[in-house]
Design a protein around this ligand. Structure first.
Ligand code: NAD
Ligand code: TYD
Length: 355
């Protein structure tokens, strides 16, 4: 049994689906179901007896302690977070609450549980913290990609809150001996991505005839990784990562935002041409830049490859094609997000649980 937090979100949801399909070990899935949590993502495992969903907050130590005592997991994987940079600029409070205070409370509950485990299970236990490359700050054009040894220089409220959580996880290992692992991954894309982030937003806006908003000059660079490759990296780190280590995860896919948007437009022109015969790229609109916008992220994933033999299965070209096709094939999932129906259902079915 493993306990996953944030498993109704984009990456956590993909992780749970892939885990149950490929691994088979039962999962307790603790998710608060904020606006970013979507149970429709987990529809395929809704009646799977290996999947135990609990609506609750990682910052509720009594609830977490109760779940740990009840399910006795061999590992806790922490995906739960506020994750959107633009939202963190408009309202940083929730980011501090969940990403910093929530991670602290989670660590304390897990430490209490782990401390009482018998020796063998105690040694085998893992706390895997899912983090981001944004903790390293921004790169200039000629800089080498981020290695695990780079200084932390976060620039947004989001990345600062994630950096703080990484520091807490590190300290809980060094001070208390909690067997932790941390992964710092680059930008993900793929199925079930909430359409506030660049790639799903552009696909959705293109199909509904809306402008495709490109911040500033569109030359900011992100290093894109297909979400299922991120999930396979996490599985590998959980299986064989060295305790106390951090692993950077990336796909060697640096792309300027404008190129990403143009690639999506080209794929849509091919797969679902506009009724009026125009090209989707005519919808591209340059808009005011994000304040403090990091110019470039790039990941050096050699440690993960050399130590643990992990490599991504998708190139950006193969992954983005699959992604665009997935959004075309899964319009009901998208529509439920757009019209808010997924929220009404959530509130009716799952009141927030407390211990
Ligand atoms: P997401 O916003 O799609 O999902 C977050 C999930 O966490 C949601 O289901 C939400 O309901 C849940 N959640 C939020 N606050 C909670 C709380 N207090 N208690 C319990 N559950 C809570 O995020 P994502 O894109 O899936 O990211 C998952 C993790 O991966 C995050 O920690 C993020 O920092 C990290 N990450 C994301 C990316 C990316 O490109 N999306 C890249 C690298 C790392
Ligand atoms: P985003 O998906 O929000 O991820 P992050 O900020 O964590 O990298 O944004 C990816 C890039 O795309 C980032 O440089 C900001 C840019 N962007 C736009 O140009 N337009 C948009 O509408 C959005 C949401 C993002």
């Amino acid at each position: 049994m493993i306990l996953v937090t944030g498993g109704a979100g984009f990456i956590g949801g993909n992780f749970v689906l892939d885990w149950l399909a490929e691994h088979g070990e039962p999962v307790v899935n603790l998710d608060k179901l904020t606006y970013a949590g979507n149970l429709n993502t987990l529809a395929a495992v809704q009646s799977d007896t290996r999947h135990h969903f609990v609506r609750g907050d990682i910052g509720d130590p009594a609830l977490v302690a109760q779940l740990l005592a009840e399910y006795q997991p061999r590992a806790v994987l922490n995906f739960a977070a506020e994750s959107h940079v633009d939202r963190s600029i408009h309202g940083p409070g929730e980011f501090i609450q969940t990403n910093v205070v929530g991670t602290f409370n989670l660590l304390e509950a897990v430490r209490g549980y782990w401390h009482e485990l018998p020796a063998g299970r105690k040694a085998a236990f893992r706390f895997l913290h899912v983090s981001t490359d944004e903790v390293y700050g921004t790169l200039s054009a000629g800089d080498p990609p981020f290695a695990e040894t780079n200084r932390y220089e976060p620039n947004s409220p989001y990345s600062a809150s994630k950096a703080a959580s990484d520091h807490l996880v590190r300290a809980w290992h060094h001070t208390y001996g909690l067997p932790v692992l941390t992964t710092n991954c680059s930008n993900n894309y793929g199925p079930y991505h909430f359409p506030e982030k660049l790639i799903p937003l552009v696909i959705l806006n293109a199909l509904t005839g809306k402008p495709l908003p490109v911040y500033g000059d569109g030359q900011q660079i992100r290093d894109w990784l297909y979400v299922k490759d991120h999930c396979s990296a996490i599985r590998r780190v959980l299986e064989a990562g060295r305790v106390g280590q951090t692993y950077n995860v990336g796909g060697w896919n640096e792309k300027a935002n404008l190129d990403v948007v143009q690639t999506i437009c080209g794929l849509l022109d091919e797969l679902k041409p506009r009724d009026d015969g125009q090209l989707y790229r005519t919808q591209i609109t340059f808009v005011t830049d994000r304040p403090g916008h990091d110019r470039r992220y790039a990941i050096d994933a050699r440690k993960l490859e050399q130590e643990l033999g992990w490599k991504p299965a998708e190139t950006f070209e193969s992954g983005i094609r699959k992604t665009v096709q997935w959004y075309l094939d899964n319009q009901p999932w998208v529509q439920n997000v757009v019209n808010g129906a997924y929220r009404e259902w959530t509130d009716k079915q799952y009141p927030l649980q407390h211990a």
